[in-house]
Design a protein. Structure first.
Length: 535
């Protein structure tokens, strides 16, 4: 089935009805296309796609809220809807005579009277333009002020926002294994202070909330129903299924009778890996890019190392930061990726969603949603998906997915949370514990490695035996999540290329001198290429 649509300006291309094709956003409603359920029209030549329902909106509309004039469907992305006051739709119904009147398609087709599964009586749509004073009105569902159109029950004087009136009675979020039920209040003995497990803010139990039947997980209405929190029906494998991405070649019995896998074939490496308990190995794990400690697996042929815990990582993961299931992999060509949690470059294992180009390194994937950190032991921290950026209390970086304290303004981002609590430095005899506050009040704060000043509010590594403080970066390096020396085969070069840290390296591909200090270098000839040139 093919159609012509006024929103698609190419005169020679028609829109074809499609299904289950990976695309981006609808050009009309601007929402992500759910390719597993929605039909939509698309032009592949122009990468133009619209929901079937959006494409079928009438071009002209007579609306009860604006009876004097006919409304026309036009491109008005940045104008606010007269009904809901939002700008989320790319197209709006516009009155050609009243230049300030716009209606988004969602509001244009709202029913005047509707039955909600969460309310006993029919609800009537009340337009904000009617002489009905909304000042001071609060939504009986969420408790927030009503400023635009709303639904009203004449029987019991119930009022609710447009979105609150028709909330589902049950939702499933990726943060919790059980469905959440819409409840109107908790029993009196459970009326203690509650915290939304999704945004880390207090929940007012006088209004509706979503709650697990066990009452150990509570969430605000719109936190639980937001697109980024909804579960995408991820189905985990059973315990008896192949959860671990390796094949066992040899085993032995331990002292307690348990079976120990002594030799395996792992998906990330071409050779067999052998289990060892050796000490004093100054190498990094190729999975998590942290120093190797026993027990670990290694390749005797090429110096490939994996912690036993990294070998036993599950092949699929559902994480709170992403709606879709994540698959464990090691990138084969361009080995570096940026973790979407800590924003650091990494060349170890990634939990990846190819559909959304989302990557999560191993260290970030292991952090629980609720934790207590030594730098803030008095209160718990909750992974919060916030509506606006929050500043990390340690490093000052901003982000919308940080760990927040419910009781104070303390916030930690993933980069700070994954700082190792103990580090060794190659030019020093003692280990360096991570310190959170400077204990002296001399006013002189320096790093003994680079001899530059350091901020006393920032964390640092400190050897108490030698009174030796150091910047985090001076101990860990500029790229702590990269393993240098790892090689890969580049298609247009005959020798393997190794990742090196090299400043102002001239690329053999583009001829330029990169601003970054990373490059792939051939050990056998004078060939150097920038990482971004290999993509």
């Amino acid at each position: 089935m093919e159609i012509q649509h006024f929103s698609h300006h190419h005169p020679l291309h028609t829109l074809v009805l499609l299904n289950k094709v990976g695309v981006d956003r609808c050009k009309i409603c601007f929402l992500i296309l759910a390719t597993d359920s929605d039909d939509y029209y698309g032009c592949k030549e122009c990468s133009f796609y619209v929901h079937k329902s959006c494409a079928e909106y009438p071009h002209e509309l007579q609306h009860h809220s604006h009876p004097k004039h006919l409304l026309l469907l036009k491109l008005h992305r940045y104008e606010r809807c007269a009904n809901c006051n939002f700008k989320q739709f790319n197209f709006k119904y516009k009155c050609p005579h009243c230049h300030e009147f716009y209606l988004c398609p969602k509001c244009a087709f709202l029913p005047l009277t509707e039955k909600s599964e969460t309310h006993d009586h029919p609800l009537t749509l009340m337009q904000k333009l009617l002489p009905f004073k909304c000042d001071g009105f609060a939504c009986n569902a969420c408790g927030n002020k009503i400023e635009n159109a709303f639904y009203f029950c004449a029987t019991c004087s119930f009022v609710a926002h447009l979105d609150c009136a028709f909330l589902p009675s049950t939702v499933k979020v990726i943060r919790h294994k059980h469905p959440l039920n819409l409840i109107y209040s908790l029993p009196a003995d459970q009326s203690k202070r509650r915290v939304c497990q999704l945004c880390a803010k207090t929940v007012d139990m006088n209004y509706w909330v979503y709650c697990c039947s066990s009452q150990d997980f509570v969430a605000h209405l719109h936190c639980a129903t937001s697109n980024k929190e909804k579960d995408e029906t991820f189905v985990p494998k059973h315990e008896e299924d192949d959860l671990f991405p390796y094949i066992v070649n040899k085993t032995k019995r331990g002292g307690d009778g348990t079976e120990i896998h002594t030799e395996i074939k792992h998906f990330s490496h071409e050779h067999d890996l052998k289990l060892t308990d050796g000490l004093g190995i100054d190498k990094k794990c190729d999975g998590c890019i942290r120093p190797i400690f026993p027990p670990f697996y290694s390749c005797v042929q090429c110096g490939f190392f994996l912690h036993k815990s990294c070998v036993e990582l599950k092949s699929e993961l559902q994480h709170s930061l992403h709606r879709h299931p994540l698959k464990l992999l090691l990138r084969e060509k361009s080995l570096n990726f940026q973790c979407d949690a800590c924003r650091l470059q990494c060349n170890g294992f990634t939990y990846c969603c190819h559909k959304c180009n989302f990557d999560l390194d191993i260290q970030c994937s292991l952090i629980p949603d609720i934790l207590t950190h030594p730098s803030h032991e008095q209160h718990q921290l909750i992974l919060a998906s916030l509506s606006k950026d929050r500043i990390c209390s340690v490093c000052g970086s901003s982000g919308r997915c940080n760990f927040s304290c419910v009781d104070c303004d303390f916030t930690l981002d993933f980069k700070c949370l994954t700082q190792p609590h103990m580090m060794n430095y190659e030019k020093h005899d003692h280990p360096f514990p991570l310190c959170y506050t400077s204990e002296d009040d001399s006013g002189e704060y320096y790093c003994d490695i680079c001899e530059e000043k350091r901020d006393p509010k920032c964390w640092f590594y400190y050897c108490a035996d030698c009174s030796y403080p150091a910047h985090l970066e001076c101990i860990r390096g500029k790229h702590p999540n990269l393993k240098f020396g790892r090689t890969f085969k580049y298609d247009i070069h005959q020798h393997p290329l190794a990742l090196v840290q090299k400043t102002f390296a001239q690329c053999s591909e583009c001829g330029g001198v990169g601003e970054e200090d990373l490059a792939y270098e051939c050990a056998e000839c004078n060939f150097i290429v920038h990482p971004f040139c290999t993509e």
